[in-house]
Design a protein. Structure first.
Length: 133
């Protein structure tokens, strides 16, 4: 299944909603799109993983590359809506300490504005809830 990217903007923050698999054959389109956004002066990006059922090491690497690139430009890349498998991958690779992760898109958008209250994704709570179900 090819990776689909829907793009929207909320308060000058670009939201990329991904659907499909973020893998070797598909992940470069994410990198290219974020490079285009950065070149256009859009350095604050939220990646919605709600529709991503699988991320391989290449896909994860692309997210890290994009995170680093945007950070060098004074921006940030934040993740929202990871599924159980994607949370486990972030924990396993310790990338949960690198990426800011959120449950809701609006919380991720609010995190770009220091005066706003935000609710971070609680990975420990998420893992415990998954173990109970």
């Amino acid at each position: 299944m090819p990776l689909d990217i829907a793009e929207s903007v909320r308060e000058d923050v670009v939201i990329l909603t991904l659907k499909g698999r973020l893998t070797l054959g598909e992940s470069n389109i994410v990198r290219e799109r974020i490079a285009q956004l950065s070149a256009a002066g859009k350095h604050n990006v939220v990646v919605d993983l709600g529709g991503v059922e699988y991320i391989d090491s290449t896909g994860l690497g692309i997210l890290v590359i994009c995170f680093t690139s945007l950070k060098k430009q004074g921006g940030a890349l934040k993740l929202v809506n990871p599924n159980k498998r994607n949370v486990e991958l972030l924990l396993l690779t310790k990338l949960h300490t690198v990426f800011e992760v959120f449950t809701e898109v609006q919380d991720a958008v609010n995190s770009f504005f220091p005066d706003r209250q935000i609710k971070h994704f609680d990975i420990l709570s998420f893992v415990q809830q998954q173990g109970d179900s």
